[in-house]
Design a protein around this ligand. Sequence first.
Ligand code: DGT
Ligand code: CA
Ligand code: CA
Length: 574
Amino acid sequence: MPVHNADITAIFTEIADLLEIQGANPFRIRAYRNAARILGDLPQEARVLVERGDDLTRLPGIGADLAAKIEEIITGGHCSLLDRLHRELPPAITELLKIPGLGPKRVKALYHDLDVQTVEQLHRAAQDGRIRALHGFGEKTEQNILQAVEAHASQSRRFKLATAAQYAETLRAFLQAIPGVQQVVVAGSFRRMRETVGDLDILVTAMPDSPVMQRFTAYDEVAEIFSAGETRASVLLKCGMQVDLRVVAQQSYGAALHYFTGSKAHNIAIRRIAQQLGLKVNEYGVFRGAQRIAGDSEESVYRAVGLPYISPELREDRGEIEAARGGRLPELVKLPDLKGDLHAHTKASDGHDSLRDMALAARALGLEYLAITDHSRHLTIAHGLDPLQLARQCDEIDRLNTQLDGITLLKGIEVDILEDGSLDLPDTVLARLDLVVGAVHSRFDLSRARQTERILRAMDHPHFTLLAHPSGRLIEKREPYDVDMLRIIRHAKQRGCFLELNANPERLDLLDSHCQSAKEEGVLVSIDSDAHSTFDFANLKYGIGQARRGWLEKSDVLNTRSLTALRKLIKRTM
Ligand code: DGT
Ligand code: CA
Ligand code: CA
C-alpha cells in the first residue's frame, strides 16, 4: 500500500496529540508537530525520496529519530510509537479530538478529571453539566461542546485539492495498469479544480472483459465497499475518502465525462438548452428521439447543443453558458504562460533552501525571474529580516545575478502590514528593492472598516507593489478576515499595485470570485508559489487552477509578462 505524505502527517499529528494528552515533554510534542507540518508542505512524496535513497535528515526539523520513523511508516505502513500510544490510551480518545473546539489540552483535562473516553461519554458529561466545573472550561464552553458533539454526528468531511491529488494519482495509476483498461479520468470537483473535494468520481473506459471492477474493489487502500456492480462501484478508502467509479463503453466517453465532471448546476443548465432544441442529454450521449447524435467526446456534446467547448474550471453555472453563447468565453491562463514567480522564501527567514538553490529550481522550471521575498522582522516566529540582514541578502542577490544565466533574481521582501497600515521596514530600506510584497499576519480580528483601511493605507505607501494572500484565509482552518475586497481592488487600480493569487494549497487566495472582480477592474493578478523550499514551485499548478476558476486569461496575470515588461509595471513612481 503506497504511503502518502498526508498519511505521515496524520500519524505525526496524532502522535503529538496523544503525547500531549499523556502530558509528555513539550519539546518532544513540538518536534512531531513541526515534522507533520514539514511533511504536509512537501509537494514531493517522501516515499519517492526514501526509494531514491535520499537522506531525510536533510529536511529541516527532521533528525535521525524522525527520519527513522518516516522510513518505518513508508516501509511498514505503521509507526510503532503510535501503536504503543494507542495501547496506553483509551482507543476512542482520538475521536474526541475531531470535535471542533476540543484540542489535546481540553481532551487531556476531560480524560484525567472526568474520565471522559468516548464521544458518547462527552455528550453525557455536557448534558449533565459536569464540564463547566473543570478548570478553564465554564458554562459557555460546555454549551459549545454540546452543540459541537451534536453537529459532529451529521458532518461530512472534505479534502483539500492537493491532498485529494495524492490519493487520486496513485489510484489512477493503479487503474490504468489493469488489463483491458483504456482511459482513466478523475472527474467531479477534482477535475473542476475546486479548492476542496468531497469525493473522487473516476471514469474508466475498458474492454468488456476487463477485470477492472474486481480489481478496484480489491485495491489495498479500500476500507469499505458501499456498492459494487457491473458498471459502477462506490468505496471508502482507508484515509476516509469516498471514491465513485463508473465504467463506460468508449463511445459514451465524452457524454459520461461531461456528466461526471459536473457541476450539477452546469449539467442542469446544459440539459435545459438541449430540451429547447428537442434533444436529450445523459451520461450515454446526446439523443434526438432514439437516435444518438453525439457523446464520444465532450466537444461533441457541446457542439450538439450549439456551444463551444467549456473548460471544466468554468462549469459552475456562473455565467459560462451565456459567455459561450455570446462567443465571450475567456481563453484561460495556462501553467506554461508563467514567466516568473514573485513570492518565495529562503532559509534567511522561514524557507528551507538557499538563494542559489531556489534560483536553480526556478530556472529548471523554465521561469525567467524569481523574486526573493523573505519575511520582515515583525514576524519573529518566521525569523523575519531586519534592515541589515536584508541589505546583506540584496548584495548576495546582486552577486548571484552576475553569476547565473537564464534566471534573474529580483530583490523583494514580504513585509508585514502593521495594524495601522504602516510597513514593517523604513522607506530607505524598501527603496533599494525591486518589489515589496505586503502581507497581513496579525490582528485578523479587526473590524471590516479598520481592516480595509489598514490595507488601503499600506497600498498608499510609495514602494508597495503587491498584496500577498489578500483574504488571509486558510482552507478549512481560518476564515477570511473581514474586508471590503472590491474597495481594495479599486484602490490597487488607482495606486498602480497588484494582488497576489497565492498558490499554496492551504491558501489558494485570491478567491475565485475576487479574481473575477480584479479582472473586471483591470487589476493584474500575480500567481505566486510562496515557495518555502525548491519543491514548492510544484504548487503553481494549483494557483493556475484557481486562476482559471476565476476566469483569468494570460493577459490578466502579472507574471506572464517578460522581465522587461514586468520591470516597467512594478516600478512605482509616486
Ligand atoms: P464534491 O464531490 O462534493 O466535491 O462535488 P462533485 O461536483 O464532485 O459532486 P458529486 O461527487 O456529488 O457528483 C459528481 C458529478 O456527478 C457532479 O459534479 C455532477 C454529476 N451529478 C451528480 N448528481 C447529479 C444529478 O443529480 N444530476 C446531474 N445532472 N448530475 C449529477
Ligand atoms: Ca465528487
Ligand atoms: Ca461522487
